[in-house]
Design a binder for this molecule. Structure first.
Ligand SMILES: Nc1nc2c(ncn2[C@@H]2O[C@H](COP(=O)(O)OP(=O)(O)OP(=O)(O)O)[C@@H](O)[C@H]2O)c(=O)[nH]1
Ligand SMILES: [Mg+2]
Length: 533
């Protein structure tokens, strides 16, 4: 199918990832500006008077100025259809970030030039490496006095265990930040502080000895640039696209997102060499994007995406073939067919109905409860895409409804938000009204409370539970399992799929129990998922 090939080559689907606060949402805003998708980029971390950013649209994100949930946005630039995922940096929302990473073909890693490589950056880079996801790097906040750029390159290479290939190079920083030198195209891109609409001042300098350089940036910074470039060329081999696509090296760009500086060069570069949709692995086989039959998977569910409509949307990544509105597709887990009358494209919370979608695209399907995270959709083939991770929760709390008049809202909210995956929810056998919440990080508990109130009008609170370590249990012999459960009722929980979980107070207690019950198999969630992988 010729059209499929053409559409495929145009697609570019990537996620922006990093430690919290390094500027992902700010970059997203500026990228959207270039894509003509929005006219005024919202001020991130804005007070109540200014417009909030497009991708941080949830009320709590606006109030706190952090991203809690991955936003999806699409726009066109230089003939490419770009699908962009702005992920949250905070570790407590890492499940959401990892799900986002499973739906893209490359990543843009952001590093704060003042702070250097931080803990979350390291972890996220590892996840990309495991999946061979190509990474481009943007070193941000050059308008501030940060670390030495040579040291930043060293640190990135060492800490992230990836070869670095500088593509642009900063001239001065902080108050003396004059711009960047484009090492590939040999041009000088000059910075004018405080100007949102940057006047285009790009000077081509084929030979760094050109006195024009001294004129533009001053004698001492010009000398420094000449020295730096000589050193860089000696130390770092030329940027090679195939190495980047293999995930072995990362091209590095410098700039200042808030000043919209260095972003256009980044976008130009990404649209010229970032990968088109790549093959995705299912348990049964590898699926190539150019296959004619449609396949895709759900990597995210969001209830109440638009508070006015109270809708629940499943985010589906198209992996192969053409998706068409109103066509019958197979929901593999249930074996049922369904049709979508109003699939949407995304512009953060705004969405337009689309007629078709192609590999790399992310579409929204309005859902009344059919979809779960990780579900595969096909034209009939039995397939299960892999790679949606699941984490064993580390914090457990009893949850209680503090407003008895809102019992119905409480249960509805809890069920829907648990399906969305913002927390995991468990019940105790024989005590169906007692619910236990499991999370990876404390902030998830706050998000649940906030969204319960804001989206469902329900007030809830938490009570401590003296159990911390959870293991999913199975056995080849149903009787052994039954007896084990009966003997440990006080410490048994049941998840939404009906699988039993045993809780332990200490690692020692768990080891003891494991040794005494050889007929039982114990899993942490992530292990189970990895076993499937
Ligand atoms: N000085 C300076 N500040 C910046 C720059 N880019 C972003 N910021 C600021 O850094 C802060 C964090 O920016 P965000 O874009 O929200 O960061 P984020 O990476 O999306 O954060 P999370 O989503 O919470 O992980 C905000 O106060 C921005 O205004 C920059 O180039 N220079
Ligand atoms: Mg953000």
């Amino acid at each position: 199918m010729k059209e499929l090939d053409e559409q495929l080559r145009k697609r570019l689907t990537f996620a922006i990832i990093s430690h919290p606060d390094s500027g992902k949402t700010t970059i997203t805003e500026k990228l959207l500006l270039f894509g003509g998708a929005i006219h005024i980029a919202g001020a991130v971390k804005s007070g109540k008077t200014t417009k909030a950013s497009v991708s941080d649209f949830m009320a709590m994100e606006k109030e706190r100025g952090i991203s809690i949930s991955t936003s999806v946005m699409g726009f066109e630039y230089h003939g490419r259809k770009i699908n962009l995922l702005d992920t949250p940096g905070h570790a407590d929302f890492s499940e959401d970030t990892y799900r986002g990473l499973s739906a893209v073909d490359s990543a843009l890693l952001v590093i704060d030039s003042v702070k250097g490589v931080e803990e979350r950056t390291r972890r996220l880079c590892e996840v990309c490496r495991m999946r061979h996801t190509p990474i481009a790097t943007f070193i941000n906040k050059l308008d501030r006095e940060g670390k030495d750029p040579m040291d930043l390159l060293d640190e990135t290479e060492r800490e992230l265990a990836i070869g670095v290939r500088p593509v642009t190079w900063p001239i001065g920083q902080g108050k003396n930040f004059k711009g960047v030198y484009d090492l590939l195209q040999k041009r000088l891109i000059l910075f004018f502080p405080g100007m949102v609409e940057r006047p285009i001042d790009i000077v081509t300098i084929n030979d760094l000895t050109d006195p024009l350089l001294d004129q533009k940036v001053g004698i001492s910074l010009a000398r420094r640039l000449r020295d730096d470039v000589a050193l860089l060329t000696g130390v770092y081999p030329h940027f090679d696209v195939s190495e980047y696509l293999a995930g072995a090296t990362t091209p590095v760009f410098f700039g200042s997102a808030i000043n919209n500086f260095g972003i256009r060069e980044l976008l130009d570069a990404l649209s010229s060499f970032a990968p088109a949709p790549t093959a995705k692995t299912a348990e049964e086989r590898t699926v190539h994007p150019e296959e004619e039959k449609f396949t895709g998977f759900v990597f995210k569910i969001h209830a109440n995406l638009n508070p006015r409509h109270r809708d629940r949307v499943a985010f589906l990544r198209v992996c192969s073939g053409q998706f068409e509105r109103n066509k019958m597709y197979c929901h593999v887990r249930s074996g049922k067919t369904f049709r979508t009358a109003s699939p949407t494209a995304f512009m953060a919370q705004n969405s337009d109905i689309i007629e078709e979608a192609w590999p790399g695209d992310i579409i929204g399907i309005h859902d009344t409860g059919t979809f779960k995270i990780g579900d595969t959709v096909t034209e009939g083939e039995f397939l299960n895409f892999k790679g949606i991770p699941n984490f064993a929760p580390q914090i457990f709390r009893y949850i209680v409804n503090t407003d008895p008049l809102k019992e119905k809202q409480y249960h509805k909210g809890l069920d829907q938000l648990a399906e969305e995956g913002i927390v995991q929810i468990f019940s105790k056998p024989h005590q169906p009204n007692l619910r236990v919440i499991g999370v990876v990080g404390q902030l998830q508990l706050e998000v649940l409370q906030y969204r319960m109130e804001y989206e469902y009008g329900s007030k809830c609170d938490y009570r401590p539970i003296n159990l911390t370590i959870a293991h999913w249990i199975t056995s080849d012999d149903p009787k052994t399992l039954h007896e084990f459960i009966a003997a440990h009722t006080r410490r048994i929980l049941v998840d939404i799929r009906g699988t039993h979980i045993i809780m332990s107070e200490t690692a020692w207690q768990f080891e003891q129990m494991k040794a005494e019950n050889l007929g039982i198999r114990f899993y942490s969630t992530s292990e189970m998922v990895e076993n499937r992988a």
